[in-house]
Structure formats: C-alpha cells, structure tokens
Design a protein around this ligand. Structure first.
Ligand code: S3P
Length: 171
C-alpha cells in the first residue's frame, strides 16, 4: 500500500529531531522539512532573534501559522517540529489527524546531557536542571499523545532511524 501520510518527529529540544529527520527523509527518498529552519527563512531572522525582538508569544503565533501551513500541504514529507509546537492544540490536532507521528523519547538525564549548552536556545535561558526537568516532565505528558514513542536511550542512531522507518512502512 502506498503511504500518503507525512512522517512527523516531535520531542524536546536536543532529542535529535532535525538530524534524524534529515537522515530518515534521505533513506525514504522524501522531502525533509525542519519547521524551525522554515520559520527562520520566512521571517528572515533566527529563532533567537525572533524571541529577543518580539518575545515568545509572538514566536508561538508565527510557529502555529507556519507549522499548520506545512502540515496542510499535500506533498509527502518528513517533518521535524520545534520542541514546543506539539503543545499547541491546533498543531497537535493537525499532526494527529493525518500524519504518522513519532516522539523521540529520552531519559531526562540524557536530554540534559544533550543540551549541555543551554544558552543557545531561547527557551532554556535562565534555566537550571531542576526547571528543565519540570519542563520535560510537563511536556512528556503531551508528547506521549504521538502515535509512537521511540525509546532512544539504548539505541544507536541507525537503530532509531530503522525502527521509525519500519513502523512507517507498515502503515
Ligand atoms: C523550542 C524549541 C526550538 C524552537 C524554539 C522553541 C521549544 O526547537 O522551536 O526555540 O519550546 O522547545 P528545537 O526543538 O528544534 O530546538
């Protein structure tokens, strides 16, 4: 059967959505869309600059608009969402309606380790480990609504990719 659903990756910052999305798309010979990069291109500004200049609230409005447009397009793609996008109910509904979604799930300690350089991402500004763990815990409840959760901790990169592709191809 021909798959006609986008493959959507969700999860925390640092979970590997962009890197894995790119590699999965390459293997499946599909287009790859990294929503954060699309936002930066359309707005002609880095995400950090958007946060700094206009604030998070404004970023979330742009994020909802651009993510929704991408998800409504008809061309089949692998789409990596921004870490906060799936928390938006409109985006969440769109993702769950006509796509196959995967949560890249890591243990809290792994995410913290992978995000060593906190200062690079605006959401992590002024955040200590305790606050970050709170954020991961809160978001995990929502990420868990994805169609599939991929426990990434004990897998090599190629194993994560293969597991996702295997599930996707049986749909
Ligand atoms: C955010 C994650 C970032 C980016 C923005 C907000 C978040 O994307 O969309 O800085 O709220 O988790 P990545 O998850 O790709 O880093």
């Amino acid at each position: 059967m021909k798959i006609n659903k986008n493959l959507v990756l969700i999860g925390m910052m640092g979970s590997g959505k962009s890197t894995l999305g790119y590699l999965i798309a390459k293997k499946l010979n599909l287009a790859f869309i990294d929503v954060d990069r699309e936002i930066e291109e359309i707005e002609m500004m880095s995400i950090s600059k958007i946060f700094k200049k206009y604030g998070e609230k404004h970023f979330r409005i742009i994020e909802e608009k651009i993510t929704s447009e991408i998800l409504k397009k008809n061309s089949l793609s692998v789409v990596s969402l921004g870490g906060g996008a799936f928390l938006n109910k409109k985006i969440q509904d769109l993702v769950l309606k006509k796509n196959i979604s995967f949560w890249l799930k890591w243990k809290n300690a792994s995410i913290i380790k992978r995000l060593k350089n906190y200062s690079k991402r605006p959401v992590l500004k002024n955040m200590n480990n305790e606050k970050l763990i709170n954020l991961i815990d809160q978001r995990s409840k929502i990420y868990s609504k994805a169609d599939y959760s991929i426990e990434c901790d004990n897998l090599e990169k190629f194993e994560i990719i293969n597991e996702i592709i295997e599930i996707y191809e049986t749909k």
